[in-house]
Design a binder for this molecule. Structure first.
Ligand SMILES: *Cc1c(COP(=O)(O)O)cnc(C)c1O
Length: 396
């Protein structure tokens, strides 16, 4: 039987060569490769600064710390996301305020954010998730984009861009659409370093703070200390920082991935277009709602929703697909359904009707550069067959 896994790692470019360079150089931790990776990444997203770290979670934590989020502060976050988006708010003793999302795109919209700002004018910051790789509407010519609205109310904006490299909103790449943006290079993200992340910003103060806090609160990084003449041992600690730096071992992989990022995005777009064409025939499914041109989308995820489904029907469908060799996943069980957030903030499903409607039926299909047209067709055929098996006779 054919097997189409949900994700497949692709390190077939210069990864091994650059990794060998690092291993032979005798310097494995943060140094020249990480700096080069930062410079190239900043160029690609058109941001003034890029700070490499060891995860997107670390980048989100550092971003909130740098904009002074602290105990008692409120931070607006969507409920339809991975727990990292909200847990970092708790790291700093602040409280997440969970927002519903738009059905179909799973994005925060300017309308949702306008209402949230009215309800929580004291909010310190908003974290926007560019869900699945599709950018939220951050900047708008009429001044009604999410970042535009937040700026007018003194609310800082952090992009959770874990799914969104490379992506474009309007005419600007994701990575410069708020105060800071956080990217993930976890193994199954659009580009990988094994584990890793990047924070980009145009703000000098934020960049300076992040560079200090990502490495123990030391005022200069290790590389500078060891490459400078004179008192090489000397450093100062200005805050109780974190251990979040990206080793050169990981940056080497990232440099090779960066070379192929645009080509791999294009292959994912090919898969997405084929899914869109093939699956419009299936009335039982809602396809992803597109808010931006297909070529601006990073296409990290291809999420569909089984209509009129209850979660049990979706789960059965996933099982059926697995038996036919098709790997899927679910993005996401929303945070208001997770024990910790539900109990601590007394959250009820009824408070998030659109996220609930998505969650009950949503599942994600394989989408990656090495997925062939034949693979996509196989997934679509198996999906069609599995749906036919699921549907009551009257629906067929
Ligand atoms: C993967 C992911 C993260 C966390 O990324 P790490 O690099 O694993 O820390 C954060 N937010 C979202 C939406 C993600 O999908």
């Amino acid at each position: 039987m054919r097997s189409v896994p949900f994700a497949r790692i692709d390190c077939h470019g210069n990864e091994l060569r650059y990794l060998q360079d690092v291993l032979e150089s005798g310097w494995l931790t943060t140094a020249a490769k990480a700096q080069t990776f930062e410079r190239r990444f900043a160029e690609q997203v058109g941001a003034k600064h890029a700070c490499a770290v060891n995860s997107c979670t670390a980048a989100l934590h550092l971003a909130l710390e740098a904009i002074n989020v602290g105990p008692g502060d409120k931070v607006l976050v969507p409920t339809m996301t991975f727990t990292a988006t909200a847990e970092v708010v708790r790291y700093l003793g602040a409280d997440p305020v969970f927002l519903d999302v738009e059905y179909g795109s799973a994005l925060l919209t300017p309308d949702i954010c306008r209402a949230a700002i009215r309800a929580y004018p004291e909010a310190k910051a908003l974290i926007v998730v560019h869900f699945g790789g599709q950018p939220a509407e951050m900047l708008r010519a009429d001044g009604q984009g999410i970042t535009d609205l937040c700026r007018r109310h003194g609310i800082r904006v952090v992009e959770d861009a874990a799914h969104a490299f490379p992506a474009i909103q309007g005419s600007r790449p994701v990575g410069g659409l708020g105060d800071a943006a956080c990217f993930s290079f976890y193994a199954n993200k659009t580009i990988t370093t094994g584990e890793g992340g990047m924070l980009t910003t145009d703000n000098d103060e934020i960049a300076k703070r992040v560079r200090v806090m990502r490495l123990h609160g030391i005022d200069r990084d290790v590389w500078h200390r060891h490459s400078r003449r004179g008192s090489q041992w000397e450093y100062d600690v200005v805050a109780p920082g974190f251990k979040y730096n990206m080793p050169d071992v990981n940056a080497a992989i990232g440099l090779a991935q960066l070379e192929r990022a645009a080509a791999m995005r294009k292959e994912r777009q090919r898969c997405a277009l084929r899914y869109l064409e093939r699956l419009t025939r299936l009335p039982a499914l809602d396809l992803p709602l597109l808010r931006s041109p297909v070529e601006h989308h990073a296409w990290h995820l291809f999420c569909v929703v089984l209509r009129r489904g209850a979660a049990e029907a979706r789960n059965r469908l996933i099982e059926r697909l697995a038996r036919r060799g098709v790997g899927t996943s679910v993005h996401y069980k929303p945070l208001h359904r997770m024990t910790y957030y539900r109990n601590r903030y007394r959250l009820e499903p009824g408070m998030f009707p659109e996220a609930e409607r998505m969650w009950q039926g949503c599942f994600s299909l394989p989408i990656y550069a090495t997925l062939t047209d034949d693979d996509v067709d196989y997934v679509c055929d198996q999906l069609e067959a599995a749906l036919a098996a699921e549907a009551p006779a009257a629906d067929r």
